[in-house]
Structures are given as structure tokens and as C-alpha cells.
Ligand binder design. Structure first.
Ligand code: GDP
Ligand code: MG
Length: 441
């Protein structure tokens, strides 16, 4: 997809005169590409109409960067399509919420339930998992295994075949135990079947969830709209999670799911492991959909704000792909100074959304300072190593003691490091475009 969109825009920027015809050809090409990326036909057509309203041909003719203007218009339009206009219900820590997961078999419900629980547990919540999947053999074992690994309480049964009964018992039990996030995993079927939707309706009616999350495999293709709509018609879907974003699929079906459920995407799954789970961030998602690469904005920023003499060193480090704790330390220093490189790093997808959420800059700064205090207690060997295995228990204890922080906090700092190292490693071997050649990305 990215290729054909870039190609379409390339053709357009090569054309000397941009007229209605050229713009139409370009839009048709993009339409085809979006369809291939599983965006629903109706949505693509709406977008096309809107783009035509927005893009002013007179402006385009006046020597502006046509490609950029059209790309920006498409980008904005897709971002808007992913915004249903109202946020989803957000559970509150310390207040009991019941969250029910629905989706077809294999979409990633059970995996995502655990990720969702684990994500909240790390933030100090008391989550619990209820297995109301009595359809698939082994469903309870899978949930039990996941839950045990994450040390999350769980409820289920090998004997009981009534999902409604189990769901109600589980929810009741965890309410009594004062859990603040009770997650109900449900069954799926291979196909959209009447029996499945009836079961979902009954489980929902009996457990009265505060939020129903529709879990969608990013690779389901054009089926996304009908599937999401079918679930929405039987239960009150209020949010979407898109899984398997680590695969090849670009996730165009997410636009359909948002349109069909009128609910926002809240998280994405990026792997089979418990911590491969990210808060949904619309801009990188759309960049990927358009094949622009998550890095285009980042690279723009580097050329824009990093002093020329500092660029080569930074880019060199980036292309080597080895992210050490020392690099993290230096970037933290930059962020605190809010020097130019600090600004750049605050653009990194991982840095901005997780480490430095908008509107909470003060807290983020305090956290970064805490991390730096801990890193001050590390040896040079530890700072310069990019081998995560080096940090064994005794080293972690020593760092905690040396910096007067909890072991838990030191571990949290390492988690942060590992997350950033993973993002950074994607830059490895990246060809750094020269200034003015950003479109190559
Ligand atoms: P369920 O039938 O909806 O409960 O789906 P499962 O949670 O059992 O997941 C089905 C398969 O997809 C399992 O093999 C999971 O490990 C895998 N899976 C789930 N989420 C992701 C993801 O984000 N990335 C990848 N690569 N695999 C995933
Ligand atoms: Mg399951």
C-alpha cells in the first residue's frame, strides 16, 4: 500500500500542471491502495469526497509542495475517521469496573485480556480474569497459564458448561475481593453464528459490563466492518483493540471497526508476549497505514532542530541500533534541558505516548529524574552494555540500595529501557535521508 500511495503522489508531483484530472488520477490510485489495505469501500469513497473539498487546486498550482499538501490532507482525513468523537468508558482505579472482551475465535481475546490486566496491574490496579469461554477445549487452561504467569487472580471451571453461570460467579467473587478491574474473557467461534451472539448477549446481560471491548485481528481484511457490526448489534461495544500489529497487516480494518461500533481504538497488540501492548496512538498508526513510516516526522524534526554539527553523531548512533543505558541517560538529560535533541526524542513514538503523556509533563520530569538517580548508581559496564541479561538480581538490588529507591522502581526503569531499546532497534541500518529528501521515507 505505502508503495502505491507514494507512487501515486510521486506521479502527481512529477506532473507540471496539477489539474482536476491529475488530482483525480492520484486519488483513484490511493483509493485502490486503501482498498487493498482493507479499508472499507464506503469509507474510502467518503474520504475521496472530503479530500476533494479540502484540497484547493489553486493553492496547489501556486508552487506549494503539492505532494505534502495532499499527503497531509489524506493523513488528517484518516486520523479523523479513527476518531468516533467521544472517548470510551475509562475504568477508574479503586472503583470496580467489569470489562467484557468479545471477538471471533483466534482474534486474540484471551491474550489481550491478560495484556490488559497486566498493563493495569503494573500501574497499581487490582485486576482479575474470568474465563467464560466454555466452548473451546483448553480455553480455561490457556487463561489460567497466562494469569498465573502474571500473578493475576483468575476464575473458571473445567466442569461447568454454562458460560453465563461462570461469568456471574467470577464477577461476584472478584467484587467481594475488591478487585477494581474484573475482566471477562468470552468464547468465539470461527464464524459469525447466531449462537455466539446470543451467548454474548446473555453474558453481557448477566454481568452488566461497564465496557465491552471488541478484539480484532489486524489481518481480517474487508470482513472487519460486518464482524464489528454484528458484535455491536448484540452487545454494547464501547472500544476496540487491534491485535497482531507486529505482522504484515497494516490494520486498515480498524477504520471499519471504528465506523461500525462508533467506538475508539484504545490499544494495539504488537506480539504474543504480555508486555507487547501499546496505548493506541493515532498518528503512527495512520503513518503506517499510508506506508509513510513512523519515522518520517522524527527525521524531519532531527533536521529541523538538531544543530548541524550534532546531527552526524546522533544519526550514527541511531543507525547502529545499539541502545545502551548511557544513551538513555544522555537523552533524559536532553529532555530535562528541553534542548533540541530533547525535543527530538520527545517525538519518538515510545517516548511521547508512554513516558511523557501530554498534559502530565511535571510528573514525567519527576519520573525521568528518579530514573537518572538510579542510573547514577550504575557502573560504567552496566551503562555501556546493550545486553539486558547483564542486569541480574544482585545488580538490581545494589542499584536500588545505592540510589535509595525500591527494587520495583529499578525494575520499572529497566522495563522502560527495554521498551525504548526495542523501538530504537528498528532504526538499525536505516538509511538516513539528506535534508530535503524526506519524502524518500
Ligand atoms: P482468542 O481465541 O480470541 O482468545 O485468541 P488467543 O488469545 O487465543 O490468540 C490466538 C493466537 O494469536 C495465539 O497464538 C496468540 O498468541 C496470538 N496473538 C494474540 N495477540 C497477538 C499479537 O498482538 N501479535 C501476535 N503476533 N500474536 C498474537
Ligand atoms: Mg480465547
Amino acid at each position: 500500500l505505502g508503495g502505491s500511495i507514494s507512487r501515486a503522489l510521486q506521479q502527481m508531483s512529477n506532473a507540471t500542471i496539477i489539474d482536476e484530472k491529475v488530482l483525480n488520477e492520484c486519488l483513484n490510485e490511493i483509493t485502490r491502495a486503501l482498498l487493498q489495505s482493507d479499508v472499507q469501500f464506503k469509507l474510502v469513497r467518503d474520504m475521496q469526497t472530503n479530500i476533494k473539498k479540502i484540497v484547493n487546486l489553486d493553492d496547489l498550482a501556486a508552487g506549494h509542495n503539492k505532494r505534502k499538501i495532499i499527503q497531509q490532507a489524506i493523513f488528517n482525513e484518516l486520523c479523523k475517521m479513527l476518531d468516533p468523537g467521544k472517548p470510551s468508558f475509562t475504568p477508574k482505579k479503586g472503583k470496580t469496573s467489569v470489562v467484557m472482551f468479545v471477538g471471533l475465535q483466534g482474534s486474540g481475546k484471551t491474550t489481550t485480556c491478560t495484556k490488559y490486566a497486566y498493563y493495569h496491574q503494573k500501574k497499581g490496579w487490582k485486576p482479575a480474569l474470568v474465563c467464560a469461554d466454555t466452548f473451546r477445549a483448553g480455553a480455561f487452561d490457556q487463561l489460567k497459564q497466562n494469569a498465573t504467569k502474571a500473578k493475576i487472580p483468575f476464575y473458571g471451571s473445567y466442569m461447568e458448561s454454562d458460560p453465563v453461570k461462570i461469568a456471574v460467579e467470577g464477577v461476584e467473587r472478584f467484587k467481594q475481593e475488591n478487585c477494581d478491574l474484573i475482566i471477562v474473557d468470552t468464547s468465539g467461534r470461527h464464524k459469525q453464528e447466531v449462537a455466539l451472539f446470543e451467548e454474548m448477549r446473555q453474558v453481557s446481560e448477566a454481568t452488566k459490563p461497564d465496557l465491552v471491548i471488541f478484539v480484532m485481528d489486524s489481518s481480517i481484511g474487508q470482513a472487519a466492518f460486518d464482524q464489528a457490526q454484528a458484535f455491536k448489534q448484540s452487545v454494547a461495544v464501547g472500544a476496540v483493540i487491534v491485535t497482531k500489529m507486529d505482522g504484515h497487516a497494516k490494520g486498515g480494518g480498524a477504520l471499519s471497526a471504528v465506523a461500525a461500533t462508533k467506538s475508539p481504538v484504545i490499544f494495539i497488540g504488537t506480539g504474543e508476549h504480555m508486555d507487547e501492548f501499546e496505548v493506541f496512538d493515532v498518528k503512527p498508526f495512520v503513518s503506517r497505514l499510508l506506508g509513510m513510516g513512523d519515522w518520517s516526522g522524527f527525521m524531519d524534526k532531527i533536521h529541523e532542530v538538531v544543530p548541524m554539527d550534532q546531527q552526524p553523531e546522533l544519526l550514527q548512533k541511531l543507525s547502529e541500533g545499539n541502545f545502551t543505558l548511557r544513551i538513555m541517560y544522555e537523552q533524559f538529560q536532553n529532555i530535562l534541558k528541553m534542548g533540541p535533541i530533547g525535543q527530538v526524542f520527545s517525538m519518538l513514538p515510545g517516548f511521547s505516548a508512554e513516558l511523557m503523556p501530554k498534559g502530565r509533563e511535571k510528573e514525567s520530569q519527576a519520573k525521568i529524574k528518579r530514573y537518572m538517580t538510579m542510573m547514577d548508581s550504575m557502573t560504567n559496564e552496566e551503562l555501556d552494555s546493550s545486553n539486558p541479561k547483564l542486569m541480574n538480581e544482585s545488580r538490581i538490588m545494589r542499584i536500588a540500595r545505592g540510589s535509595g529507591r525500591h527494587v520495583r522502581e529499578v525494575m520499572e526503569m529497566f522495563e522502560e529501557y527495554k521498551r525504548l531499546a526495542k523501538i530504537w532497534s528498528k532504526m538499525k541500518g536505516l538509511k538516513i535521508p539528506k535534508k530535503g529528501d524526506m519524502s524518500a521515507l
